[in-house]
Design a protein. Structure first.
Length: 92
């Protein structure tokens, strides 16, 4: 198991039109910390991860995971992770 914590923070933040600075102010962190978390350069403390999840009214596991997340298009639309050309029988 890796020490990396995977996250969907930038996706959720963009969906909700929340700036890094606004999120940071709301959860008591520095806006650069939010950027470091989004880029995978910093793992949030449990306390910070819980505060971020609470801010978005989401369970912490919807934002953070020890395993890579399935791509959202696969999760939402049931795609098998194939490229469009592969699904249509075309060649790459």
């Amino acid at each position: 198991m890796s020490d990396k914590v995977h996250n969907r923070l930038s996706v959720v933040r963009a969906e909700r039109s929340v700036t890094r600075r606004a999120l940071a102010d709301a959860v008591g962190a520095h806006y650069q910390t939010i950027g470091h978390i989004e880029r995978g350069q910093y793992n949030p403390s449990l306390d910070l991860a819980l505060r971020i999840a609470a801010y978005f009214s989401l369970p912490v596991e919807a934002l953070f995971s020890l395993e890579p997340f399935q791509p959202l298009t696969d999760a939402v639309y049931g795609g098998g992770g194939t490229k469009p050309a592969e699904r249509q029988g075309g060649s790459s």
